[in-house]
Ligand binder design. Structure first.
Ligand code: G1P
Length: 292
């Protein structure tokens, strides 16, 4: 079955980036000149997703505006500025009707946010993208995962190795390798302490989920951090259905973290010829200063 829908949980408060996120959704923070959420939406659309589902919340209307036409702005840019600026504005807006918004009106965690989309998703496999996890890859990670889904016809979670002392920042899997990049998951646990972690393979924010996961999300079991965790629902789903881990090809930036966010900005800026020529000597100068 084709994966047509992608759910984007975007209701989070973004407390780690306060005060920047006091009135701006964290998903609108830019990597160079494009907000994080736009990278995520483009990844989905470039992977063949037809319907974008935003699970949004209070103080997030900037997201809706970002993906909408802005006639005044377009009119103002027309003829005045370079054509590519106008084009970059126009490109942001997906075809009318592609985005559906629903609200998570109580902050009960990632699992609860996904559950809020249950009736929009219906009974079909769907994708989940966490915009905080920005992944630079030749082939979009979601598209890589769709290939794995084709082959295994099971839920797929993106995973990567992390430092053993960092397991308490992630969902961690216990798994058995079945292919070069694919493993069959035996268990999942949300944010275990390093001494309790079954491995150091961490879940990264890309999922393809079978709709049965909603049955378990609906149980509203509170887990790590007092929140309803997607990882816990998948652990329950595992009793009925196969779940595979996919060690994706690409470089992931943790943009929910201040250092990771800066790293992404530097790497994406260095990719742009217009910026690199001035940024590179500056970075070299800073590094020399740091050494002395
Ligand atoms: C969420 C998930 C976690 C996953 C992580 C990836 O955690 O709950 O399982 O490893 O995203 O970024 P959060 O970062 O929202 O605390």
């Amino acid at each position: 079955m084709k994966i047509r829908k992608a759910v984007f949980p975007v209701a989070g408060m973004g407390t780690r980036f306060l005060p920047a996120t006091k009135s701006i959704p964290k998903e609108m923070l830019p990597i160079v000149d494009k907000p994080l959420i736009q990278y995520a939406v483009e990844e989905a659309l470039n992977s063949g997703i037809e319907q974008i589902v935003f699970v949004t919340g209070k103080r997030k209307t900037a997201l809706e505006d970002h993906f909408d036409f802005d006639f005044e702005l377009e009119d103002m840019l027309q003829g005045k500025y370079k054509k590519d600026i106008l084009e970059s504005i126009k490109r942001v807006v997906p075809e009318t009707g592609t985005i559906i918004y629903t609200r998570q009106n109580v902050p009960l965690g990632l699992g609860h946010a996904i559950w809020c989309a249950r009736d929009i998703v219906g009974h079909e496999p769907f994708a989940v993208i966490l915009a905080d996890d920005l992944i630079r890859a030749d082939k979009p990670v979601l598209s890589q995962m769709m290939d794995v889904y084709e082959e295994y016809q099971a839920s797929i979670v993106a995973v990567m190795e992390v430092a053993p002392e960092e397991t308490d920042k992630y969902g961690i899997i216990d798994s058995e390798k079945v292919g070069e990049r694919v493993s069959r998951i035996r268990g999942l646990v949300e944010k275990p302490d390093p001494q309790d972690a079954p491995s150091n393979m961490a879940i990264i924010g890309r999922y393809i989920l079978e709709p049965e996961v909603f049955n378990f999300l609906g149980k509203k079991k509170f887990g790590a951090g007092g929140e309803i965790q997607l990882t816990d629902a998948m652990e329950m789903l595992l009793k009925e259905k196969k779940i595979m881990g996919y060690n994706f090809e690409g470089k992931r930036f943790d943009c929910g973290d201040k250092a990771g966010f800066q790293m992404a900005n530097i790497e994406y800026a260095m990719d742009r010829k217009d910026i690199r020529d001035r940024l590179k000597p500056f970075l070299e100068e800073i590094l020399t200063l740091c050494k002395s």
